[in-house]
Design a protein around this ligand. Structure first.
Ligand code: GLN
Length: 491
């Protein structure tokens, strides 16, 4: 029954409702697929017993006609989401064997709606990275390879396990988080759909904090429709997160297939980078033409502060990270290294528990927040952030409904290929995605084509605050025009 893994969530929902198969069968098919794909290193913890138990419960509810909107749908959960009684590590050694006594709001809403937990997915340590190479569990392999090559490619990051698992049919959908592109960039690298909702749309409660003013949860799925289905369950107000917004959650799926006629799509001239591969440029114009053919109007727009987004992000994000990560001191969570006194214990635990990239961020963050440099770096970066946000506001004020850009400046690259000598080389990957987090806006990445080596490329649509529906409608147009892409199985 392994072909059950290639169904979309929408198709599986039909099959379960019509009793073509059971939730237990669907879950078993995925558990077998996971076992056969360990070489990808997408899961850091498999929870087969819990999965079968949840699937059985879903079957019982389906029989009684009480199944929720996700009844029996097997999902993978990024290891940044706290899962009650199940090890949650953020893929950092410092969390050790931390077993949370609570469940994140987003995941609890998924279980409320009947979804099944298959296991915890790999990610960059504390979600810091763009390639999933900083995880203490080792890198994740992208199921996609260049045509005629065996080179192991990264799935992107930080939600690399989520993207790889969804693309390799190791779950029907996954949770992910996006602080500076971590949902959209891995989605683009693996031909999956990823949406970062508006800041405040999903609760951050129970998600390991990286940069609190930028972090948002969202789904990765194989189709735009599936992403919309998952979003409806994940979104919503939560009194436990004061930044979550009390606005009703719409039926996102209803936006799929809705006409985009008359919508104004902005094409920002600042996203046309020197040295950008010609095929990305080409894909971008092709995407614009697809939207035009569906009745949308294309307008050139300007987002003049784009060039400052990346440097400003790499001040704001480490600053918040250095403060958030102060809680990992060997006392409250996970790893505790022996020492002669408490100060030495803090030092030893943090030195041993954090990987290189996390340490670099803590150092940068502490520096930009320090008394002598606060105004020059942090305060200035916050001002730049306001200007970036205003660029988008000006654009939307002129009637633009959404903005179309490439999702990434390149296709997936090889493990070990980037950032070894200079971390900035890795940071440059986030050039099209960080602006959206800085402005708090929703952004979706949709597979749109392949490069000359057969690797997937994605396009990004950026929307008005809380207008995820428009992104789903437009994303569906691109998906219909581009077709769907599946990684040839080699594992
Ligand atoms: N790649 C970015 C970083 O390393 C974004 C990570 C994220 O969105 N979690 O900070």
């Amino acid at each position: 029954m392994t072909d059950l893994t290639s169904l979309t969530i929408a198709e599986a929902r039909e099959g379960l409702a019509s009793k073509s198969f059971t939730a237990v069968e669907l879950t078993d098919a995925h558990l077998a697929a996971i076992e056969a794909a360990r070489v990808l290193n997408a899961y850091v913890l498999e929870t087969p017993d819990r999965a079968r138990e949840m699937a059985k419960a879903a079957d019982e509810k389906i029989v009684k006609g009480e199944g929720g909107p996700l009844a029996g749908i097997p999902l993978g959960i990024k290891d940044l989401f706290a899962t009650r009684d199940i090890r949650t590590t953020a893929c950092s050694k410092i969390l050790g064997n931390f077993i949370p006594p609570y469940e994140s709001t987003v995941t609890s809403q998924l279980w409320r709606d009947g979804a099944v937990l298959l296991g915890k997915l790999n990610n960059d340590e504390f979600a810091m990275g763009s390639s999933n190479e900083t995880s203490c569990f080792g890198p994740v392999t992208n199921p996609w390879r260049r045509e005629g090559s065996n080179t192991t490619l990264v799935p992107g990051g930080s939600s690399g396990g989520s993207a790889s698992a969804v693309a390799a049919l190791l779950c029907m959908g996954a949770t992910a988080t996006d602080t500076g592109g971590s949902i959209r960039q891995p989605a683009a690298f693996t031909a999956t759909v990823g949406i970062k909702p508006t800041y405040g749309r999903c609760s951050r409660w129970g998600i390991v904090a990286f940069a609190s003013s930028l972090d948002q949860a969202g789904p990765i799925a194989r189709t735009t429709r599936d992403a919309a289905i998952l979003m409806r369950s994940m979104a919503g107000h939560d009194p436990k997160d004061t930044t979550s917004v009390d606005i009703a959650v719409p039926d996102y799926e209803a936006a799929i297939g809705k006409s985009v006629k008359g919508m104004k799509i902005g094409i920002p001239r600042e996203y046309r980078l020197d040295g950008m591969p010609a095929e990305i440029e080409k894909l971008w114009s092709e995407g614009a033409q697809w939207l035009k053919a569906a009745g949308a109007e294309l307008v050139e727009v300007s987002l003049p502060h784009t060039k400052y987004a990346l440097p400003a992000y790499y001040i704001v994000a480490p600053a918040e990270a250095s403060s958030n990560l102060a809680r990992y001191d060997g006392v409250r969570y996970g790893l505790r290294e022996p020492a002669r006194n408490i100060i030495e214990m803090y030092e030893n635990s943090r030195a041993d528990g954090f990987g290189d990239e996390v340490r670099r961020r803590v150092l940068i963050g502490t520096y930009v927040l320090s008394a002598g440099y606060y105004d020059a770096y942090y305060l200035r970066a916050q001002k730049v952030r306001t200007l970036i946000k205003k660029d988008f506001e000006d654009c939307f004020a002129k009637g633009v409904n959404a903005i179309l850009t490439p999702a990434t400046p390149s296709a997936a690259f090889g493990i070990g290929e980037k950032g070894g000598a200079d971390p900035v080389e890795m940071y440059l990957n986030d050039i099209f995605t960080v602006t959206v987090n800085m402005a708090g806006l929703p952004g979706i990445a949709v597979p749109a084509g392949k490069d000359t080596q057969g690797l997937p490329l994605g396009l990004q649509l950026i929307g008005r605050p809380f207008d995820e529906e428009t992104l789903f409608s437009l994303g569906e147009v691109i998906e219909q025009a581009a077709g769907r892409f599946a990684a040839p199985r080699w594992w």
